[in-house]
Ligand binder design. Structure first.
Ligand SMILES: [Mg+2]
Length: 242
């Protein structure tokens, strides 16, 4: 069934979503996956050289580097595994990826209204995709957890992180719409809003935590505090004159 009674069509409008903290909370999934991997390493003769607090700090540092685009998730796992006296890290790389994906269902929690708003926007005719700083298949699995069956672009596969222009260019290419007909929704001003505005898109800031907007950063075209405000916020962008 197409259309939502009382709501204008969004046909011809593209909507790009950030994933983590915008649509879903992953409850430190990758940190848990590293600790589970450590259990396997020790079970198979590796060494746990320090307590869990120090291990956690090392894992957090690796994840910060990976999220900043300084290393791939595979290289982060290789460094971690070698540091625990394992000579061939490759089997553990695959194991880590499998563990992380398997943790999506038990750990990830959709943001309130995320599943409903994705369904509604699709029924109103919008073309929807996710653009996330992260890696597939993990981000794809999170999207499926939301009931979203569409495309999920992940920075590791694109080779560029938001707010880099190449990341948003990949979204434009995928949606096959002019930039000004694309609205990007994200929670991180410096990553999502700065990048989307620079790419010529409309940007909606999802400010679920009551944060102040960073001084000097380009302003979003609209701000919402909950995803149930998104449907009405998008209606203005559906007008043919915009
Ligand atoms: Mg985010």
């Amino acid at each position: 069934m197409f259309g939502v009674p009382g709501k204008p069509s969004l046909a011809g409008l593209g909507i790009g979503f950030d994933l983590d903290h915008t649509l879903i909370i992953d409850n430190k999934l990758e940190r848990v996956a590293f600790l589970r991997l450590l259990e396997h390493i020790v079970d198979h003769g590796g060494e746990q050289k320090s307590g869990f607090e120090a291990q956690g700090k090392q894992i957090d540092e690796l994840l910060v580097a990976q999220r900043a685009g300084r290393m791939t998730i595979e290289d982060a796992v290789r460094l971690f595994v070698r540091d625990h006296a394992v000579s061939d890290p490759e089997p553990y790389v695959k194991q880590f990826l499998d563990i992380a994906v398997s943790l999506v269902d038990p750990l990830c929690v959709p943001q309130p209204h995320a599943k409903q708003v994705l369904r509604e926007l699709a029924r109103r005719g919008a073309t929807i995709a996710i653009l996330s700083n992260g890696w597939n298949p993990l981000q794809e699995k999170k999207a499926r957890r939301l009931g979203f069956g569409g495309s999920v672009l992940a920075s590791a596969q694109i080779g560029a992180q938001k707010p880099e222009p190449q990341a948003f260019a990949a979204l434009v290419k995928l949606l096959a719409l002019p930039q000004h007909k694309i609205v990007y929704v994200g929670d991180d001003p410096r990553v999502d809003i700065v990048g989307a505005v620079a790419a010529g898109m409309r940007a909606i800031w999802m400010n679920g935590d009551g944060m102040s907007y960073p001084t000097g950063a380009p302003k979003p075209h609209a701000t919402i505090t909950s995803l149930d405000e998104l449907s009405d916020a998008l209606t203005v962008f559906a007008q043919p004159t915009l």
